[in-house]
Design a protein around this ligand. Sequence first.
Ligand SMILES: C[S@@+](CC[C@H](N)C(=O)[O-])C[C@H]1O[C@@H](n2cnc3c(N)ncnc32)[C@H](O)[C@@H]1O
Length: 264
Amino acid sequence: MPAKATKSTSTNDQSIAYYDDENHNYEDFWVGREYEHNSELIALSKLLHNKHYQVAMDYGGGYGRISPAILDHADKLILVDPSNKQLDIAKKHLKQYNNVEFVRIDKQDTVPADDNSIDLLVMVRVSHHLPDPAATFAEINRVLKPGGEAIIEVANEAHFINRMRYLKHLKGVPKEPVAIGQVANGIKENTPFVNHNPKTIQETLDQLGLQPVTKLSVSNLRHQYLKEHLSLGRMLAMERFFQGKLSVLDFGPSIFFMVKKTSK
Ligand SMILES: C[S@@+](CC[C@H](N)C(=O)[O-])C[C@H]1O[C@@H](n2cnc3c(N)ncnc32)[C@H](O)[C@@H]1O
């Protein structure tokens, strides 16, 4: 069984060091992961379909991998990230856009924006580095305009295959974040890398008054056997079909929550 995550106060420092490391190239992580990348783009296009926002933020946006998908639905994008290296790469990656601002997150668990200033905030593949995400969610709530929306992607400890593993050991999925795969992922020792229980995430969002809009289950077919035996096109067609349907089961390894700010 994976270890429970210890709540760390040095989240940012450790994960910045990882993304700033000259020997680590986050873009390389995506080579061979076309299925996951496109599954996430499908999820974003479903959630943002027919919507348009004035000011959007790509929180922990890295080198801007998903920024173009957000820019399709926004007048202006603010990409924020704690890593100078990722921000530098993002500036090159998104150089054809003249409506993107790049801002460094220089304080842990904060969102660098004024109260009630953001119409849409998207946070994808960052929850992995948040062993205690409540403070970040409170910040997201603070910066959203009333009626503004957030898409929060969560690495799902309760995905179907894991649930079977827990069942085999006659255990339930822990409510708390679970530390995972440092060694397998080449993650530096002490870099926080956790999975979350979507039910706990939902409770935390509820407590802040962030109202559920939609939920999607993403990368549902992420399995080596399927990747070897099915074409990418077929996998993505199935993915598109299942994202909504499997969300009630929290089936996939990645859950996209879309929430709306209800408070003033
Ligand atoms: C796995 S990458 C994801 C980047 C981008 N969102 C994407 O989906 O391609 C994680 C990003 O989160 C940033 N990050 C790490 N710890 C963070 C934290 N505590 N708060 C905000 N961003 C963080 C990293 O610098 C990195 O760019």
